[in-house]
Design a protein around this ligand. Structure first.
Ligand code: ATP
Ligand code: MN
Length: 468
């Protein structure tokens, strides 16, 4: 009786009278006089399948195993549903239990459990409405990203996860080492000890880290194969309990040769709109749920963003607007300051009312590889700020001039030797090029309205959090 091929999403489109089987996990069962109702879900769509079982059709000792969380298959006939909001339901006459779930201990019992609690049972939370919807949107967004770049001839490349160069100079990196031995301490608990303190003895013969970005490697490919993108995990040891930061997150990084900042901004805007439109088209029911339950302005802002032209401002103009705003911000604003989330949100939400691209930031607050402007004070950087979340994309035109790049590396106290291959790109066949990085989970927060980044990734990694 097991035919896992057909999913509940497909059953709704079948004509009334069709004999079929439906498999999934029980959301709820309700027994009333002479009839039982089971809400069945297999994650394939937002809607549950309502299964109707008339008394006596299925042996009571079998039917009573259809409790919340149990995995079952029903067989029966598709009939018109008298209930509102669903065209059809399954009138069942046979049932198989694959795995029961003891109601006394099944953790996902209560409706309305908090997201904090659900994070502790992240291995089960996808069975509920919210997280089913989150991960369907995540899937469609990932597909849209690949589709967008593939339709434009971008090459998908995979950059290393272990790296020996600190791309951003950010410092917040996880070391990768085999010098750290584990043994049992006297108290029986595991204990670390260093087998050597010399990086030369380590696995790679020098300090190595989990990557914070694949950009530098992506640049090597752009300088051979023109347009490329990465889409993979990145790691930052951000020691903050922030709702917008994860220690492990996914990043999308396109890199384009023969491209300047203008081209970079155009691609970023087209890209965001494309992904938003794709998700609006493919996940309508999921988004309606988020709009109703999570973020009342979700659909209106997404539709608006997909249709509106992004505003462009220079950093200098933005700082002037912030200074004149009359708002009292927690962090002071002045030329040279790194903009905080509160500033970014004021600009995009209050001042402009749609996404804003800020350009030409002071060189001091940006990475060494960004192209210097003629003023020698600002660099060709751009950040895309979106209402509700602030920075969603960070990008730049890269410094393609060898002497300028070497000067910046020196100014910032980095070691030229570490970047020999990166500098080679400027030595041999250099070209104007540009790219950006999009935090995939930030995008998902935007698409779903979910307020905590830990709720849009299957199993979150954050300070003190590495369960599952
Ligand atoms: P923020 O100021 O928000 O920490 P950032 O300036 O460190 O961001 P970039 O180095 O430009 O970010 O990284 C590119 C993109 O990656 C960001 O625009 C953001 O979408 C995302 N991002 C950065 N750090 C994190 C993180 N810890 N968790 C999830 N996404 C992140
Ligand atoms: Mn950061």
């Amino acid at each position: 009786m097991i035919h896992p091929g057909e999913r509940i999403a497909d059953l709704f489109a079948k004509p009334v009278g069709t004999r079929l089987q439906a498999s999934g996990w029980v959301k709820t069962r309700r027994d009333s006089k002479g009839v039982s109702f089971v809400q069945l879900s297999d994650g394939s769509c937002f809607r549950d399948l309502q299964v109707v079982i008339e008394a006596g059709v299925i042996p009571p000792e079998t039917l009573k195993l259809a409790t919340t969380g149990a995995c079952v298959t029903f067989e029966g006939t598709l009939v018109e549903s008298p209930a509102a909001g669903q065209p059809v339901e399954l009138k069942a006459d046979a049932m198989v239990v694959h795995g029961p779930a003891d109601p006394a201990v099944y953790p996902l019992q209560k409706k309305g459990a908090s997201f904090e609690f659900l994070r502790e049972i992240a291995h089960l939370r996808m069975r509920g409405n919210t997280f089913g919807a989150v991960f369907r949107v995540r899937n469609q967004a990932a597909w849209a990203i690949h589709k967008f770049f593939q339709e434009r001839g971008f090459l998908y490349i995979q950059t290393p996860i272990i790296t020996a160069s600190d791309c951003e100079g950010a410092g917040a990196m996880f070391a990768v080492s085999t010098l750290l031995g584990a043994r049992e301490g006297l108290d029986g608990k595991p204990q670390f000890h260093l087998t050597s303190t010399d990086p030369a003895d380590d696995f790679f013969g020098k300090p190595a880290y989990l990557t914070v970005s694949g950009q530098l490697e992506a640049e090597t490919f752009a300088c051979s194969m023109t347009n490329v993108y990465t889409f993979g995990p990145t790691f930052r040891a951000e020691n903050s309990n922030s709702a917008r930061h994860l220690a492990e997150f996914w990043m999308v990084e396109p890199e384009m040769a023969f491209c300047d900042l203008q081209g970079d901004m155009e691609l970023a805007e087209e890209f965001l709109k494309y992904v938003i439109q794709h998700v609006l088209d493919r996940c309508a029911e999921d988004l309606e749920f988020f709009n109703k339950r999570i973020e009342p302005e979700l659909l209106s802002t997404l539709t608006h963003v997909a249709e509106s032209r992004f505003e462009h401002l220079t950093y200098t103009e933005a700082v002037r607007l912030l200074e004149q705003s009359g708002e009292s911000f927690e962090f002071p604003v002045y030329w040279g300051a790194d903009l905080q989330s509160e500033h970014e949100r004021w600009l995009t939400e209050k001042k402009v009312g749609r996404p804003v691209i800020l350009t030409d930031y002071p060189k001091e607050i940006k990475a060494f590889y960004m192209r210097m402007n003629d003023d020698n004070k600002t660099v060709r950087a751009m950040d895309v700020l979106a209402p509700r979340i602030g920075e969603i994309i960070g990008g730049s035109q890269r410094e393609e001039r060898l002497s300028r790049l070497e000067a910046r590396i020196q100014e910032m106290g980095l070691r030229k030797e570490d970047y020999w291959w990166y500098l080679d790109l400027r030595r041999f066949g250099t070209v104007e090029h540009a790219g950006f990085g999009l935090g995939f989970e930030r995008l998902l927060m935007y698409l779903t309205g979910m307020k905590n980044i830990r709720d849009v990734i299957p199993f979150h990694r954050a300070p003190g959090q590495a369960e599952f």
